[in-house]
Each structure stands twice: as C-alpha cells, then as structure tokens.
Write a protein that binds this ligand. Structure first.
Ligand SMILES: Nc1ncnc2c1ncn2[C@@H]1O[C@H](COP(=O)(O)OP(=O)(O)OP(=O)(O)O)[C@@H](O)[C@H]1O
Ligand SMILES: [Mg+2]
Length: 251
C-alpha cells in the first residue's frame, strides 16, 4: 500500500511540476509578447522626443510632434491597462443578471452606435442569472460590441440576444460587418492578434476568452466574408446560477 501511495504522490508532484513549468512558459511567452508590442510605440516615442528637441524653435512642428508623441504614449498605456486586467486577482463571484450587464455594455457604446447610424436589434427578454464577476462579464460584452461597431459600415446592424436553454444561457453578439477571413478565425483569440494596426492591441478577445472560461463558460465565433452576406456572430455560453457544476461540459 505504501509503495502505491508513494508512487501516486510522486506522480502528483510530477504533474504539479509540469503544470508549474507550463504556466511559467506561458507567463514568459506572454511577457515577451507584451514587451514586443510596447517596443514599437516606445521606439516611435523616442524618435519623436529627439525630433521635438531638434525642432524646438518651430511651434507648428513642436505641436505636431507632441500630439504624435501623445498618441504613442496612449497606445502604451492601453497595452498596460489591458495587461493588468489580464492578470488581476478576482473578487468573490455574485449572482448577476446578464440582461442588466448587456444593457450596461450597450450604454458604453451608445454614442458610437448613434453617431455611426447603426441599427440595434435587441432580444433581452427574461432575467438570466449567472454566478459571476459582473465587471468582468461587462468587459467581455463591451469588447464584443466594440469589435462589432468597428466591423460594420455606416448604417450597419448589430444584434444582441440572450436565450436560456435548460441549465445554460447563450449570449450572442452579431453584426453584418466585413466578417473574419477563414485564415484569421483560428487566431482571433490569441493575445496580440489584430488587424487594426495602431488602433487595436489584439487583447480584447484573448481577455474575453479567459474571463468566460474562468466563469466555466465558452465562447465561439462564426463568420462569413461573402459579399452581401458577410457578418460575424460571437456566442458565449454560461451555466445559469445553480447549474455551475455542469457548466464545464456545456456544448
Ligand atoms: N465582429 C468582428 N468582425 C470582424 N472582425 C473581427 C470581429 N471581432 C474581432 N475581429 C477580428 O479579430 C481581431 C482580434 O480582435 P480583438 O478584439 O482581440 O482585438 P482588436 O479589436 O484588434 O484590438 P483591442 O485589443 O483593442 O480589442 C480583430 O483585429 C479583427 O481582425
Ligand atoms: Mg477588440
């Protein structure tokens, strides 16, 4: 008996060591990716600081370089903020209504939605209670709506739908935007994958996925790029409050 428990505990130690080394490898990969991403704007900022000094006597140039410098620094802070969000330790989960969270996320983008003349289709019928960090789920829905707003043309359509199905709830954010090419679909949830050049960090979906999975849920994307029928739908599935234990196997 003692032999067996010895080998069981050795195996557990080995597994623990493996898990640690994998998470260390993931952490250092993540750190390298962050450093790589902030290196470009930092280099640009260094060059701009040099130009500022060189052109100190030309007020027009000083003002132009100063605003370019501000843009680069804002990019660095955005990366820092998103990275901190990625790493922060969560507080206790509470019962929250996804419908309220969806409405709050829509309010965040209200201004952009109306200035771009977008049509909003909402199906948020019943309260849908989940055990969650409300702020984190708000961040997920805000990210998905932000991506939809970016993808649609003027007068495009964004729809947000919540549907309960037995022990689970599905939240779908869909748009009739340009869609995601098939070669990109496999990469959209990777940190720093972006097609938005300087406007995106590529962390939105990576963070959203990690948040959803921490809530025992899953997130899936479906997209079409065919002209006239293009669009994208992200569907999040979460266990309803009281059904969390079965959440992991949710389809
Ligand atoms: N609704 C959508 N329609 C079309 N493409 C999308 C959509 N959502 C995501 N994508 C693609 O996935 C990429 C990654 O999205 P993600 O939200 O992670 O980063 P991002 O929007 O580029 O930057 P940010 O960190 O500011 O969110 C986007 O750059 C875009 O190419
Ligand atoms: Mg985004």
């Amino acid at each position: 008996v003692s032999d067996k428990s010895d080998s069981t505990s050795r195996w557990a130690d080995f597994e623990e060591a493996l898990r640690k080394s994998q998470s260390q490898a993931a952490a250092s990969q993540f750190a390298a990716a962050v450093m790589h991403d902030i290196n470009n704007p930092l280099e640009a900022a260094t060059n701009l600081a040099y130009l500022l000094r060189a052109e100190a006597n030309d007020p027009a140039k000083v003002s132009e370089y100063a605003s370019l410098l501000e843009e680069q620094l804002a990019h660095v802070s955005q990366i820092a903020r998103q990275t901190l969000d990625f790493c922060k330790a969560p507080a206790a989960m509470k019962a929250v209504d996804l419908v309220e969270i969806a409405n709050a996320a829509l309010r965040v983008h209200e201004h952009k939605i109306s200035t771009k003349g977008l049509r909003l289709q909402e199906q948020l019928p019943t309260p849908a209670i989940v055990l969650a960090h409300g702020g984190e789920l708000l961040q997920v829905l805000t990210n998905l709506i932000a991506n939809a707003v970016d993808a649609v043309p003027e007068n495009g359509v964004i729809s947000i739908r919540i549907r309960k199905c037995e022990s689970r709830v599905h939240v779908t954010v869909a748009d009739n935007g340009h869609g995601i090419p098939e070669t990109h679909v496999a990469h959209i949830f990777e940190p720093f994958f972006t097609t938005k050049q300087d406007r995106g960090t590529g962390l939105g979906l990576a963070i959203s996925k990690s948040i959803v999975e921490r809530h025992k849920g899953r997130i899936r994307a479906r997209s079409c790029v065919r002209h006239g029928r293009s669009g994208t739908a992200f569907r999040i599935t979460l266990p309803l409050h009281g059904h969390e234990a079965r959440g992991q196997t949710a389809a």
